[in-house]
Design a protein around this ligand. Structure first.
Ligand SMILES: Cc1cc2nc3c(=O)[nH]c(=O)nc-3n(C[C@H](O)[C@H](O)[C@H](O)COP(=O)(O)OP(=O)(O)OC[C@H]3O[C@@H](n4cnc5c(N)ncnc54)[C@H](O)[C@@H]3O)c2cc1C
Length: 450
């Protein structure tokens, strides 16, 4: 056990916790039994939630990356049984050569299965395959009373859906069985097109997203006037073996991504300002092909480009950064436009802004719901950021939308019930699992979730 200062990926609001690395399941059970101090207990994965979801100031944190076994892969059934602390990075290195892929992958492979379930994460294929929990056939949950329950969506839907998206507050996920996707190659065939403005990109996505398994648009949030919302739209699917050149077919499933660079520990303060980000965005937009069909990309380049730069979160300096991600329902395109206009008016220096379309959601605290989602990184030191985002929160709620708790570090607590109408139902279910309120987190305290 070590006392450690923890942050999320955005490196804002560090807090100190007693961090334990359980050596096996029994040790996790013992820690759950002992960890009943007044500041409670929480599981943590790889700390890729941007805000304070995986922190527990003054309390205990179980670092589940110490339990990261892959127990069994059933290639015929396309399933895998793993410890919850295994990362998607480890899992993909094991699965891709077998012709298997995780059904849902976020923008980084450095997340654990437990973290992916607790935040019910989504990928570029939400419009097709839904969120991560949809691919979870069952999981073992250590509940605060020390019981280990094997939970499935059919047999125990309430516990299943309270835990999926439940931000680690229903117990500790120990193990999970996942349904996988079959792939024939480790390549993705990608179609790219540039869109001149926001209406253009939304129209293109609406018209043809359903033809693709994966779809995402990068948006230039510094372009204004007629170019507001200009974007690069990339869509694709796993490349079938027959589409690979013959010479490459024998090694079609080779997979070994590497981090190519490491971000320097020190960068001049204010490096990411409007001028540098504007120059980057201009270059990014111009370098994208106006239209390109079937370009071959590796899994790492298509799904996890940011993982090529180790610790890239340090480029924002000491103040750190935050990610603002919201969804507004289909039919609320006007609200999306107003929000983008406001971000452009404030000239938010964001070089990472992506637009996706969500399919049906999962209820309770799970974030995705049918509609448009925009995610953008913003330096925490940007002047006027607090009031700007508070205004945007109101617009999101008025449009019937919500923001993503896995990315949040600054939302006001009174907004949560307005964004998550099933919050009380979730609280009721959680209370049954944890009547003594032993599971808790900085996020839970800040947003008064419990
Ligand atoms: C570069 C980048 C890109 C991203 N892209 C996406 C994206 O495309 N889509 C998306 O949805 N998200 C995305 N995310 C967010 C990320 O997928 C989630 O925050 C994910 O939960 C992180 O997993 P983790 O293992 O790091 O969990 P942590 O950050 O350590 O924890 C997150 C939450 O999970 C809980 N938790 C962790 N392990 C367990 C366990 N074993 N049992 C119970 N609870 C547990 C924690 O208590 C906490 O509440 C991205 C993050 C980064 C940094």
């Amino acid at each position: 056990m070590n006392e450690i200062l923890l942050t999320g990926w955005g490196r804002t609001t560090p807090t100190r916790s007693r961090v334990h690395l359980p050596a096996d399941t029994d040790a996790t059970l013992r820690l759950m039994a002992d960890g009943n101090g007044s500041r409670g207990l929480l599981a943590r994965g790889l700390g890729r939630a941007y805000g304070d979801a995986a922190q527990n100031a003054g309390g205990d944190v179980l670092d589940m990356t110490s339990l990261a076994g892959i127990h069994a892969v059933d290639v015929d059934a396309a399933t895998v049984d793993v410890d919850a602390g295994v990362s998607l990075d480890t899992l993909l290195r094991h699965l891709v050569p077998l012709g298997l892929f995780v059904t849902v992958s976020p923008g980084t492979r450095y997340v654990t299965v437990g973290g992916a379930l607790a935040c019910d994460i989504h990928g570029k294929n939400h419009h097709r395959e839904g969120s991560f929990a949809r691919s979870v056939l069952s999981f073992d949950l250590l509940t605060p009373d020390g019981e280990v329950r094997t939970v499935t969506a059919d047999a125990d839907p309430e516990v299943f859906w309270a835990t999926a998206g439940g931000m680690g507050l229903t117990g500790v996920v120990l193990r999970a069985t996942l349904k996988l996707l079959r792939i024939e190659t480790a390549m993705v065939s990608v179609d790219t097109e540039r869109a001149g403005d926001l209406d253009d990109v939304m129209a293109r996505m609406e018209a043809r997203d359903d033809d693709y398994r994966y779809s995402v648009a990068w948006i230039d949030l510094l372009a204004s006037g007629a170019a507001m919302g200009r974007s690069v739209l990339t869509r694709g699917d796993h490349t079938p073996l027959a589409d690979l050149p013959e010479g490459k077919r024998a090694n079609a499933l080779d997979y070994g991504p590497k981090a190519l660079l490491s971000a320097p520990a020190f960068l001049p303060p204010g490096l990411l300002n409007r001028l540098t980000v504007r120059a980057f965005n201009e270059l990014w937009f111009r370098k994208a092909p106006v239209s390109q069909i079937g370009h071959p990309e590796s899994i790492a380049t298509f799904f996890h480009p940011l993982d090529m730069i180790g610790d890239w979160n340090r480029i924002y300096g000491r103040a750190g950064f935050l990610q603002y991600q919201f969804v507004v329902p289909f039919g609320q395109e006007g609200a999306m436009r107003q929000i983008v206009e406001e971000l452009v008016r404030h000239q938010c220096p964001s070089f990472l802004a992506v637009l996706k379309r969500f399919g049906p959601g999962n209820g309770l605290l799970s974030f995705p719901s049918p509609g448009w989602t925009l995610a953008l990184d913003i330096p925490a030191a940007m002047g006027g950021l607090g009031p700007l985002l508070a205004r945007l929160d109101e617009r999101v709620v008025d449009a019937g939308g919500r923001i993503y708790l896995a990315k949040d570090s600054r939302l006001a607590p009174h907004m949560v019930p307005r964004m998550y109408p099933e919050l009380d139902r979730w609280r009721e279910l959680r209370e049954r699992l944890d009547p003594k309120r032993r599971m808790t987190s900085d996020l839970a305290r800040r947003l008064q979730l419990l």
